[in-house]
Design a protein around this ligand. Structure first.
Ligand code: GLU
Length: 390
């Protein structure tokens, strides 16, 4: 069938396809360790599920306002206000179908054909396709593991052109686990304001930070310069709610209204029941979040203990999110020559599913998600070691 050019070249999401392949093999009876998709192994906390059940029992199953029910928009604004001391209001917020949908709609609402979008690599797999689907151009900025995969204003300045419209910044980072410090974030924010660039801050992992790394947000910069900052977050990672599909965007009211028109002509509101669950999550306590955060921190230490003993492998210690991104390219050779062939071999030979670094714009690396049980993590990493070190 003849397809539109914009989808004919569109690649499937690598994170989702590796995870689907792992599930398929599991269903066929193979023992598979899936350290692929970024999804926590914890159940959604009971008080959140209860709010959804109550919503169904109360017949809350109809269309809602397109940008979200007022109490959820207020709860999301309250999240920023409580955690980061700003004064956001409900009409600065729109609710979309997960953080991914927020990012997609922000690109659709802000980009014109030919605009440039700065994307530091390694990047999350869906950033470049989202930019291309808005007929804009991803401008990839490479970073190094020796510098914790971070960019500075100097790096950004080198890629600046008169067409630069947006910078996509993700901290804590998927796939590297690196986090920008306050001073680093401020320097980038100052640069963006001075250059008239709008920063889309993907802060979906903001609460999952380790050691002395603080939870940080660019929302205070948004408060001062609402045209230069857009903040995207969601309940998926913080509250173990990946399947509920609730993301929220904090932005200039013009942008929120534009995204609302876009949703009104495409998806309408997100699931009504999920919205009630998200209200309970955002207005509730953070005790279960803290329990999960502590477990992820323990697992990151477990993973680093094993991976840092691998010779000729460079792996910065993760400061947040639930991934490590070791640079394993010094082991490439006859058996596997790049990250994709290594991941294919790992799945077929030892049943470990990982996502190749190539999908994140860095073929030297592989992404390991440690959002699995301690036991599965240890077993899987020893299997990776067997294949990698031959
Ligand atoms: N963000 C997660 C990941 O990177 C979920 C999968 C996806 O939507 O890409 O694995």
């Amino acid at each position: 069938m003849k397809l539109a050019d914009r989808v004919a070249q569109l690649k499937p999401s690598a994170t989702l396809s590796v995870s689907a392949k792992a599930q398929e093999l599991r269903a066929a009876g193979r023992e598979i360790f899936s350290l692929s998709v970024g999804e926590t192994d914890f159940p959604t906390p009971a008080y959140i599920c209860k709010a959804a059940q109550d919503a169904i029992d109360a017949g809350f199953t109809r269309y809602t306002p397109v940008p979200g029910i007022p109490e959820l928009r207020l709860a999301a604004a309250g999240y920023f206000n409580r955690h980061y001391g700003i004064a956001a209001e409900a009409d600065h917020i729109i609710i979309s179908n997960g953080g991914k949908h927020c990012l997609y709609n922000v690109c659709q609402a802000l980009l014109n054909p030919g605009d440039h979008v700065l994307i530091p690599a390694p990047y999350w797999v869906s950033y470049p396709p989202m930019v291309e689907l808005a007929a804009a151009k991803p401008v990839i900025i490479s970073t190094a593991p020796e510098r914790n995969f971070k960019v500075s204003p100097t790096d950004l300045e080198k890629s600046l052109t008169p067409k630069t419209r947006l910078l996509l910044l993700n901290s804590p980072s998927n796939p590297t686990g690196s986090c920008y410090g306050k001073e680093e974030l401020d320097a980038i924010a100052e640069w963006a304001v001075a250059r008239g660039v709008t920063v889309i801050a993907d802060e979906i992992y903001d609460q999952l930070v380790y050691g002395d790394t603080p939870a940080l947000s660019l929302c205070a910069w948004w408060q001062k310069h609402p045209e230069n900052f857009v903040i995207v977050n969601g309940v998926a990672k913080t509250f173990a709610m990946t399947g509920w599909r609730v993301g929220y965007t904090l932005g200039h009211p013009d942008l929120i209204r534009a995204m609302s028109r876009l949703q009104g002509q495409s998806t309408s509101n997100i699931c009504s029941v999920s919205q009630k669950a998200a209200v309970a999550a955002l207005n509730g306590h953070m005790d279960t979040v803290e329990e999960m955060r502590v477990a992820f921190e323990r697992r990151s230490a477990l993973a680093m203990e094993i991976v840092s003993a691998w010779p000729d492998v460079l792996c910065p210690r993760p400061r947040g999110a639930f991934y490590i991104f070791p640079d394993v390219h010094r082991h490439y050779g006859a058996r596997f020559s790049d990250s994709t062939s290594l991941c294919t071999l790992l799945l077929s030979e030892v049943g470990v599913a990982l996502v190749p670094g190539a999908a994140f714009g860095d073929d030297r690396c592989i992404r390991i998600s440690y959002a699995v049980s301690d036991d599965a993590l240890i077993k899987a990493l020893h299997l990776v070691e067997k294949v990698l070190l031959g």
